[in-house]
Design a protein around this ligand. Structure first.
Ligand code: SF4
Length: 467
């Protein structure tokens, strides 16, 4: 590391919201003249953007900090920054445990990074606020992709799911003005972006704090009118707030992809109540039926927690029943672990590890079977792919995603990242598809195309960021 250079390296933990924040942190550093470094060894500023959702997040952070400290001992000018959710939760504890950390900032004051770094030239600086100072989207950004962008539509959450720490570290829900979002997307498109993912802890309640009623469907219609925008995704809707107007907007807006991540968490009404999810199994299934009626080819993915405190075998079987009925295209499955500052952590009846593991294995087995079946539906279909680049395992192949968010590998025909290809699906695997390009030549920015699925044995009918 040359001492006169100002360089940075950011390590991001956690969800897409943190990825989005890291792009802003990088943008601010570059606006201050810092250049990206390839690793902690080469950087004058090493920043950890932290998450506190996962178990042992703090153990992992302090392990990483210890490693960077050993580099800093050899390179005294190096600055170490801890930002994000764990910083918001642990506050001064970070500097007590790791006094060599130069800057600590929370989730509400990303914009303070340049000032705090300057202050840290004199002494370690620490700032945690209780309310958002500047909406992160208003800050400079350094995007990781030229063709895809995360667009934050709201921050914070007004729900109180008993397993979740997000409201404690991200605060109350705050929506961005629709005009600001549309303007940001227009300028992203003029920079070459073709796909945006709208981010919010609960996207379907977007706008309630602005005008008293949710405006998510209006936002989708407004984005549908942005010339040059090809795909819109969003994460995550809360099932209780996912309503007919949003489904109609999904069905009617050409740019909105046929995929929804609808976290169910449990199939048991008793547990859903303990989790404070504000819906029942039947209400959840109604939402699934509603979206499948409007968009028959929609892919549905979910989050499921196994072994929530007090979960009985009968409760778990209700979860299996929902999985069997909905036939999810994919599921993020979690073994419950208590998180500090959550109501569930204080519940009495935590389950033995072996019980949770046994249930988890059964759930995984069922979902694997269903995943295979759901992917098999695509065999022989022609799909519009957005090319994401070379396959990580095989540079002879490219990787792209369908509108339904399926990963497809296909022979490398020289297609550039961010272009569209029409691909025929030739093989299906449990977690991805394989295909062949059907139209050679110039990249296409294809309009919305419903899947052309061959006739097949009927599949049964039917919250990261987090919901
Ligand atoms: S799980 Fe999602 S909806 Fe529930 S409290 Fe956490 S952020 Fe809010």
């Amino acid at each position: 590391m040359k001492t006169e250079e100002r360089t940075y390296f950011i390590r991001t933990f956690g969800c897409q919201m943190n990825e989005h924040d890291s792009e802003r942190l990088a943008g601010m550093l570059e606006a201050e003249g810092y250049m990206p470094a390839s690793g902690a060894e080469d950087a004058t500023v090493v920043l950890f953007n932290t998450c506190c959702i996962r178990e042992n997040a703090d153990t992992r952070l302090y392990g990483n900090l210890g490693h960077v400290k050993s580099i800093k001992d050899r390179q005294p000018g190096k600055k170490i920054v801890v930002a994000g959710c764990l910083a918001q939760k642990d506050r001064s504890l970070i500097q007590e445990k790791a006094p060599y950390v130069d800057v600590v900032l929370g989730t509400h004051n990303l914009s303070s990074l340049p000032r705090l770094l300057r202050e840290a030239d004199e002494a370690p600086s620490f700032e945690i606020l209780e309310q958002t100072e500047t909406f992160p989207s208003a800050l400079p950004t350094k995007r990781n992709s030229p063709w895809h962008a995360w667009v934050s539509i709201s921050i914070g959450c007004n729900n109180s799911c008993t397993f979740c720490i997000v409201p404690a570290v991200r605060g109350r829900e705050e929506s961005r003005r629709m005009g600001d979002i549309v303007h940001e997307v227009e300028s992203l498109v003029s920079d070459g972006v073709v796909e945006v993912t709208l981010l919010g802890q609960n996207v379907n309640s977007y706008g309630r704090d602005l005008d008293g009623t949710p405006m998510f469907s209006k936002l989708l219609y407004a984005l549908n009118d942005v010339a040059g925008l090809k795909r819109v995704r969003f994460t995550s809707p809360h099932p209780k707030d996912f309503r007919a107007d949003s489904v109609r907007a999904m069905a009617e807006c050409e740019v909105v992809c046929e995929h929804i991540h609808l976290p169910v968490q449990s199939g048991s009404d008793r547990l859903l109540k303990r989790m404070k999810r504000a819906y029942t199994q039947e209400r959840y299934l109604e939402k699934v039926r509603m979206v499948r009626r409007a968009i028959p080819e929609v892919a549905i993915t979910t989050d499921i927690i196994v072994g929530f405190p007090g979960e009985t075998e009968a409760d778990f079987e209700q979860t299996l029943a929902v999985v069997a009925e909905v036939r999810f295209d994919g599921a993020y499955t979690f073994q419950y672990s208590p998180r500090p500052m959550t109501a569930a952590a204080g519940m009495a009846d935590h389950l033995p590890k072996e019980v949770v593991q046994e249930r988890y294995d059964r759930l995984l087995e069922l979902q694997e079977e269903i995943g295979v079946e759901r992917n098999a539906r695509h065999l022989g279909a022609t799909e519009e792919l957005l090319v994401e680049g070379s396959s990580r395992k095989d540079p002879e192949r490219l990787t792209g995603r369908t509108r339904t968010n399926k990963l497809v590998h296909f022979p490398n025909d020289g297609s550039a990242e961010g272009t569209f290809r029409s691909v025929k699906i030739t093989a299906t695997r449990p977690h991805y598809l394989e295909g062949e390009v059907t139209v050679q030549g110039a990249a296409t920015a294809a309009p919305r195309s419903r899947l052309s699925l061959p006739l097949m044995a009927a599949a049964s009918s039917g919250c990261s960021t987090c919901s």
